[in-house]
Design a protein around this ligand. Sequence first.
Ligand code: NAP
Length: 310
Amino acid sequence: MDLKDSKQIEKVIILGTGPAGLSASLYAARADLNPLVLTGTQIGGQAALTDRIENYPGFPEGVGGAELADLFQKNAERFGTRIEYDTATEVDLSSSPFVVKTYSNSFQTQTLIIATGATPNKLHIPGEDEFLGKGVSYCATCDGWFFKDKAVVVVGGGDSALEEGILLTRYASSVKIIHRRDELRAGAILQKRALSNPKIEVVWDSVVKEVKGSDGVEKVELENVKTGKRSELLTDGFFVFIGHKPTTELFKSQLELDEKGYIIVDKRMRTNIPGVFVAGEACDPLYRQVITSAGMGAAAAIEATRLLEN
Ligand code: NAP
């Protein structure tokens, strides 16, 4: 593929279109920075894959994740954000202007806002990769429909596992949540909803050792962590929700990251390189909410604007 070198030096390039990236682009567009947003592979970020968001203010009845992402995008584009359906493959932050390469382009920019988000953690057990797309999934909103009247297993005990498990009850005949402890990590409201759902059963103190099947998932092998006893559980689907890791591989030799790969950021969304800002889950292991990511995106754009004005 021919690489097109853009001679134009952008004022700001934003990487990512989750709540952080699209909020940053809204603020940058309104500050007349004519922002260029590179979408990455997942447009709308993880929020767009969420069935229903009930804790983003302004939507008392809740709002679909994809619908909210679409509203964010329309809002940003209304003020002149340019959205390029491409993925950054390489960045050079060693001198200004910074260089961002994609599969087909090379851009230069005075400031960069990284809002690349996070990707789901894997269990790294036998069968998990083999049956990906054949029963193994990390997204109930995307794949739940395939499990109509079928039995599914969900791994995890946090908000994601319960929220996605509840969503899966719309389709599946039964949802067994496998949790490695005897207490859930999820918040009280979700716990109450999940535990009172007749289709949901929690298998406590247990881990999945292997996913088994032939053409698709047929069963999982469990181990009780207290007794060491092994057992098999028949299932058609295997959903994993055990947290996320930040999508920051691209920056690791140039920006300071913590031991888990989150970009180290100060209170003003600045990284260790002046002109490079970060927002959302690429730097946030703590809150991981649509509203906090959106807030960070806005703050990063305000800081980029201030830097350019000075
Ligand atoms: P999380 O809170 O980190 O929970 C991960 C769960 O997976 C934990 O229960 C953990 O067990 C389990 N786990 C981790 N590694 C495992 C492994 N190797 N094998 C088996 N189990 C494993 O992640 P999350 O549920 O994705 O939530 C992340 C953040 O997003 C949280 O701050 C959450 O509040 C937020 N969130 C909020 C909402 C909402 O407000 N509606 C929805 C989704 C997510 P332990 O409990 O034993 O550690």
